[in-house]
Write a protein that binds this ligand. Structure first.
Ligand code: SF4
Ligand code: SF4
Length: 342
C-alpha cells in the first residue's frame, strides 16, 4: 500500500525509533505488536517490532522496541533501540530501576503512566530538553475494565505525531476480535481515552525542570563483561536477589486485602503466593510450650504483584480483591525484612 505518511524525524538510517519500558504482565509486547502492524498493514510504512524479556515471570522488566521507516527504506537492524525518539514508561516506579530514560534523544518525547506530579517525578532525572507527557493509564484501565497497554497505545499514537488513530484502532480491534471478542469494546474505549487524556506537562523551556543543554540522555552503560572478559566457567560474581525488588509496578490497580478476624491461619495463601508476600508470627501455645503456632500477620505489599492467587485460594474469605487507593499499600504493608533498604 503506498503511504503518504511522513515520519516527523528520523535518525541517520532513516528510522523513527520507539522504546516501551514496562513490566511483564502489563502488555507492552502486545502494544508494540499492534502499533507495528498498524504502521505496516494500515498505513503502508515499514516497521519492525520485537521485545526483550527478563526471566519469564510476571513482574520482570521488559522492553519492547519499534523501528519505523518510510516504505522505500528497508529495516534490517534487529538490535535493541538504544537512542529512541520516543519512550513510553508503563509505570512511574520503573523510573527508579530500569534505565528507561537511557539514550532518549534531545527534543524527543517521553510518556509516563503516573498519578504523580512533574514536581514529584523530577527527582528521577527527567530530561529538560524533551516533551514530557503524563497519562493516568491505570485509572483509565480500571474504569474501562481493560488493561494499561491499550491506554498507552493511545498515548503513543497521539504523541508520535504520525501514527493514524484510525489505523491503530482498526489493528487493535482486529487483534482483540481474534483473541478475546468480549474485550474489543472496552479496549476500543480505553484506546480512545488514551488518545484524548494524554497531558503535555513539560517542554524544553518549562519552569519545573531545568533545561538540559547537553544532547541526548546518556546511553545505557555497557555490560561489565563481554565474551572476551567474562569469568571462566560462567561464575556468578555478583549474586542477585528479589529481596530488593519492588513489584508494586506489576499490580494492575487491584491488591489483596486481609481481614485478620476472618483468617483461620491455614497457610493456603502462602502456599500459592509466587512471591512469598505473607508475613507470619511464631507463637508458643499457652497450654503446651512445645507446641509452636504460626499466625498470619499481614502482607508485604512491596513484593505483591496483584496476581490474586491468594484470594482465589483462601477458604475463609479473609482475603478479598480490592481496588488499590493511593497510599493504601504503604499504610497497610507488614514489612517482611525491616533491615532492607526499600
Ligand atoms: S488462606 Fe485465608 S484463612 Fe488461610 S491463612 Fe491465608 S488469609 Fe488466612
Ligand atoms: S496477590 Fe496474593 S498471591 Fe499474588 S503476589 Fe500478591 S500476595 Fe502473593
Amino acid at each position: 500500500m503506498p503511504s503518504k505518511t511522513c515520519l516527523p524525524i528520523v535518525d541517520e538510517f532513516g528510522f523513527f525509533e520507539v522504546r516501551l519500558d514496562s513490566i511483564g504482565g502489563l502488555g507492552a509486547h502486545l502494544a508494540g505488536q499492534i502499533l507495528g502492524e498498524a504502521a505496516v498493514i494500515k498505513m503502508g510504512l515499514n516497521a519492525l517490532h520485537f521485545s526483550s524479556y527478563g526471566s519469564e515471570k510476571k513482574g520482570s522488566p521488559i522492553k519492547s522496541f519499534l523501528r519505523f521507516a518510510a516504505p522505500d527504506r528497508q529495516i534490517r537492524s534487529c538490535s535493541p533501540v538504544e537512542r529512541p525518539h520516543l519512550v513510553a514508561v508503563f509505570h512511574d516506579a520503573l523510573l527508579k530501576t530500569t534505565g528507561g530514560l537511557d539514550g532518549l534523544r534531545k527534543d524527543g518525547t517521553l510518556i509516563i503512566n503516573t498519578r504523580q506530579t512533574l514536581e514529584e517525578l523530577k527527582a528521577f532525572g527527567l530530561p529538560g530538553n524533551c516533551r514530557i507527557y503524563f497519562i493516568d493509564a491505570l485509572a483509565i484501565a480500571i474504569e474501562e475494565k481493560s488493561r494499561v497497554n491499550t491506554a498507552m497505545m493511545g498515548a503513543v499514537t497521539t504523541a508520535s505525531g504520525f501514527l493514524a488513530p484510525d489505523a491503530v484502532l482498526q489493528a487493535l480491534s482486529e487483534t482483540f476480535a481474534k483473541k478475546h471478542p468480549s474485550a474489543v469494546v472496552p479496549n476500543e474505549r480505553t484506546f480512545q481515552r488514551g488518545l484524548e487524556e494524554l497531558e503535555l506537562v513539560a517542554e524544553p523551556s518549562c519552569d519545573v525542570i531545568e533545561e538540559t543543554k547537553e544532547d541526548d540522555m546518556p546511553l545505557r552503560p555497557s555490560p561489565k563483561f563481554g565474551y572476551l572478559t567474562a569469568p571462566i566457567g560462567g561464575c556468578i560474581t555478583e549474586a542477585g536477589s528479589s529481596y530488593t525488588r519492588d513489584l508494586s509496578a506489576s499490580r494492575s490497580g487491584f491488591l489483596p486485602v486481609l481481614d485478620v478476624e476472618q483468617c483461620v491461619h491455614c497457610g493456603m495463601c502462602d502456599i500459592v503466593c509466587p512471591d512469598l508476600c505473607f508475613v507470619w508470627k511464631q507463637e508458643t501455645s499457652a497450654s503446651d510450650d512445645a507446641l509452636i503456632k504460626f499466625r498470619l500477620e499481614g502482607i508485604d505489599y512491596y513484593y505483591c504483584k496483584g496476581c490474586m492467587r491468594c484470594v482465589d485460594s483462601c477458604p475463609s474469605g479473609a482475603l478479598t480483591r480490592q481496588a488499590e487507593e493511593e497510599g493504601f499499600a504503604e499504610r497497610h504493608r507488614v514489612v517482611m525484612f525491616p533491615e532492607a533498604k526499600q
